[in-house]
Design a protein around this ligand. Structure first.
Ligand SMILES: O=C(O)CC1=CCC(=O)O1
Length: 261
C-alpha cells in the first residue's frame, strides 16, 4: 500500500513505473476510489507508467482541513503527488470531476502536461440547484438516500443485468463513501466552470463518453469536444464509468492516444 502526506492530507495512491518516461495519471469521479481503474491498468501492461490515487475525502485518503469544496485543492494535491514522485511527462485521464480537475491542472501547470483524455466529463457539470439538492439529501439522510439513483446512471443496462455481484460491490463503494468528503466534492463541482480554460487548450486531447451515460450525457460531452475542436469517441454498452463497463475498449483508446503523442 502506497501513501504520502501532502500538507494537511494523507493520499493513498498506486504508482507503477513504466518502461517509457511517460505516466498516465488517472483522476477519479465523485464517490469512487481508484479500484475503478484496475482492469484498465491490467490491460495497459508496463509500457507506460500509471498513477492512480484517491482524492482527498475519498477511498482511503483523508479529507484534511478543507471546509469548502474547491477543484483547485484536488488539482494541487494531484500535482503535489506527481512532484513527489518525480513525474515530469504526464498524460491526465480525467473522469467526470476528474475532468474538471484536469482542466484546473492545465490552467496552472500546462507545461507539465503532454495530453489529456477527458472521460465522461464537461467544463461545467449539472446545475447549482441539483447539486444543492443532493448535498441536502445526503446531509440529512446519508449516502444510502442517493446511492440507488446514482448507480443506475453509473452503469449500462447490460452491466447491471449481467454483473450483479460487481454492481453490488460498487453500491457498497458508494454507500460507504465519507459523507463530508462527498459533500465537499459536490460543492466543488457545483461551483466549477472551466469553459474558458477548455476553449484555450492547445495540447493534444480526446473526449470519450459511454453511450448510456445519464450523468454527463453524450450531448453534453459532444458540446465539450466541439469547444476544444477534438473528436468524440462514444462507447456502446457503457454508462458513466467506461473504465468499468468497457475496460478493453477504454484501454485501447488510451493506448492509441498516448502512442501517438
Ligand atoms: O455520481 C454522479 O452523479 C456522476 C458524477 C458527476 C460528477 C462526477 O464526478 O460524477
Amino acid at each position: 500500500m502506497q501513501a504520502i502526506q501532502l500538507g494537511d492530507t494523507t493520499i493513498h495512491f498506486a504508482f507503477n513505473k513504466g518502461d517509457k518516461d511517460l505516466t498516465l495519471v488517472f483522476i477519479n469521479s465523485l464517490g469512487t476510489d481508484f479500484r475503478i481503474w484496475d482492469a484498465v491498468i491490467d490491460g495497459l501492461g508496463t509500457e507506460f507508467g500509471t498513477l492512480r490515487f484517491d482524492k482527498r475525502g475519498h477511498g482511503l485518503s483523508s479529507l484534511g482541513a478543507v471546509e469548502k469544496g474547491s477543484i483547485s485543492t484536488y488539482a494541487t494535491d494531484a500535482m503535489g503527488l506527481c512532484e513527489a514522485l518525480g513525474l515530469h511527462k504526464i498524460v491526465l485521464v480525467g473522469l467526470s470531476i476528474g475532468g474538471l480537475i484536469s482542466l484546473d491542472i492545465y490552467q496552472r501547470y500546462s507545461e507539465r502536461i503532454a495530453g489529456i483524455v477527458f472521460m465522461d466529463t464537461a467544463p461545467k457539470i449539472g446545475t447549482a440547484e441539483a447539486w444543492n439538492n443532493r448535498i441536502q439529501a445526503i446531509s440529512t439522510k446519508g449516502m444510502q438516500a442517493v446511492a440507488s439513483s446514482i448507480l443506475t446512471n453509473w452503469f449500462s443496462i447490460s452491466f447491471q443485468e449481467q454483473q450483479p455481484a460487481a454492481f453490488a460491490l460498487y453500491q457498497a463503494m458508494l454507500e460507504r463513501a465519507d459523507v463530508l468528503g462527498y459533500m465537499i466534492a459536490c460543492e466543488a463541482i457545483r461551483d466549477a466552470d472551466y469553459t474558458e480554460t477548455a476553449q484555450a487548450i492547445t495540447i493534444p486531447v480526446i473526449c470519450m463518453v459511454g453511450e448510456e451515460d445519464k450523468s454527463t450525457p453524450v450531448a453534453l460531452v459532444q458540446a465539450f469536444a466541439q469547444l476544444m475542436n477534438c473528436s468524440l469517441i462514444s462507447i456502446p454498452n457503457s454508462g458513466h464509468l467506461p473504465c468499468v463497463d468497457s475496460p478493453e475498449r477504454t484501454t485501447a483508446i488510451l493506448h492509441d492516444f498516448i502512442s501517438a503523442l
